[in-house]
Ligand binder design. Structure first.
Ligand code: NDP
Length: 283
């Protein structure tokens, strides 16, 4: 079974559209997401465009602020502070990566926790690890949603997450743990990675290496979630971290790249924006 993140996200966005359509009557306006793009990195430009399109599809107001690569850290931080103070803004997202002269940590920590739609703020991360209400990072949230929609039982399963980044590997491991999976986190220093990945009933791969996970590294019947977004070095086409062609016949459930985790990430960004809006309206 191939889980289409594209189809699922289209369905979820339609439901959100209906929800958002009722907001002007109830709250006087729709949620407002501000996305800040620094520089012209083509991947970032395309992500920001995707976020604007999804906002439009859901009926969320989207403002994209473009700043030159030369913007100073202080200028960017003061823009964020202005948006924090703006009552008409519900969500703030600074597209990463940022130029080297700007500290991503400082930028993330400057965004008000209540407007942190990416769920990267240290207070949101701390709340996730303490099982407190919080905004959960979009990619991990989308992965759990996909597993549930596909009817995968997570509780009691052996889950292996390859990758331990702050934005994917660590939070998805915590969410799997919260769903009562038995979780192993593997990384670049893991010894005999293939035997670890073969032990997985649910395998989540987020490493950023084209088709790194080969068929011999996956057990028959495993559920395989491919987070990677890479360019195939030969064809230049998008591909995942998993060798989809070889693994698809073996896996019970698998996600494609493109059209898998990516669209669900954007979908969860829309959900987070609506949640931040509703939390602010209720306060
Ligand atoms: P990072 O580069 O931050 O982290 C990569 C992780 O993979 C690290 O923990 C690293 O280990 C581990 N790793 C690297 N090489 C190996 C290896 N040979 N064996 C085992 N582990 C390895 O990446 P991200 O988490 O930010 O992203 C991962 C991928 O997911 C990328 O392709 C990215 O584009 C994609 N992505 C997709 C999203 C989507 O919406 N579809 C959203 C976010 C990311 P160590 O810690 O030891 O260095």
């Amino acid at each position: 079974m191939i889980i289409s993140g594209k189809e699922l996200s289209t369905r979820l966005k339609q439901q959100m559209r209906e929800q958002v359509a009722g907001f002007p009557a109830e709250f006087g306006r729709v949620p407002h997401l501000v996305v800040i793009l620094v520089g012209e990195n083509p991947a970032s430009v395309s992500y920001v465009t995707g976020k604007a399109k999804a906002s439009e599809a859901v009926g969320i107001r989207n403002t994209t602020i473009r700043k030159p690569e030369s913007i100073s850290e202080e200028e960017l931080l003061s823009l964020i502070r202005e948006l924090n103070a703006d009552d008409g803004v519900d969500g703030i997202l600074v597209q990463l990566p940022l130029p080297k002269h700007i500290s991503e940590d400082k930028v993330i920590a400057t965004i008000a926790k209540e407007k942190d739609v990416d769920g990267f703020h240290p207070l949101n991360v701390a709340a996730l690890w303490q099982k407190q209400p919080c905004t959960v990072a979009c990619t991990p949230k989308g992965i759990i949603r996909m597993l549930k929609e596909a009817g995968v039982q997570i509780a009691g399963k052996r889950a292996v997450v390859v990758g331990r980044s702050n934005i994917v590997g660590l939070p998805v491991s915590k969410l799997l743990l919260d769903e009562n999976a038995t979780v192993t986190i593997a990384h670049s220093r893991t010894a005999d990675l293939a035997s670890v990945t073969r032990s997985a009933e649910i395998l989540v791969v987020a490493i950023g290496r084209p088709r790194f996970i080969t068929a011999d590294m996956v057990s028959e019947g495993a559920v395989v979630i491919d987070v990677g977004v890479n360019r195939d070095p030969e064809t230049g086409k998008l591909c995942g971290d998993v060798d989809f062609q070889a693994i698809e016949p073996k896996a019970s459930v698998i996600t494609p790249v493109p059209g898998g985790v990516g669209p669900m990430t954007i979908c969860c960004l829309m959900e987070n924006t609506i949640q931040c809006f509703l939390d602010r309206m209720e306060r």
